[in-house]
Design a protein around this ligand. Sequence first.
Ligand code: URA
Length: 267
Amino acid sequence: MNLWSALRLQFEWGADEALEEAARDRLCVAAPPPQSLTHPLAAPTPPARPVGPSMIPAAPALARAVAAAESATTLAELRAALAAFEGCALRDTATHLVFSDGNPAARLMLIGEAPGAEEDRAGLPFVGPSGQLLDRMLASIGIDRTRCLITNLIPWRPPGNRNPSDTEVALCLPFLHRHIALARPRHLLLLGGLASKALLGGKTGITRLRGTWREVAIPGLAAPIPALATYHPAYLLRMPGAKRAAWADLVALRLRLDAAAAAPSAS
Ligand code: URA
């Protein structure tokens, strides 16, 4: 295998961002420091720990995720808790935590999947091509980022934009639940199958889930929140034929928001 094929293979496997100035040989992490450099009182070198999503011990890490999320009483505390959470390996490869954008007091909250390369660089959700389409979709029903709160199921970019593993989803879900509980939106717009399945439960795909209002129970909230699933803007960029259905979903969203604003109980 020549150097070019090795580089290409890395790229195809998702190593498409340089995280450090110099390459690090991760196969050598287990090597003990040279004897002459070891201080006699230094602690012994811990054994190398294999890294990767499937190696995380799910139950203790999940308990830590739930405890960290539930300890947050404000959105700022939740952001800090996520930034400090070491249980999800995606944190180690991401450049920035992508927490949210928009208006935390908005009645509408949008939930996407995971940051891509642009979002990872900016630390903000939906700023790349799918975000630009999302902004146009929202504008078509009179909504901009001052009128909604936008976040993702996964707050760190998975390397190479691979799909997050089930373990990663399970570890990030308590933080998303807490995000929703603290922001207390009146309506949720779920973008794509991953976020929809994580919040609505079950294995039904987005083609069946989209377009119908459903209720999402959130720990810590007395009443469930009405949620509408629709296609993810990245999917619409690849499949423009699905835009007609997405438009119908946006119209349904606009009508529901207008009806809620007109209802006597709206505050
Ligand atoms: N796709 C997402 O689901 N979220 C982002 O923030 C960007 C792209």
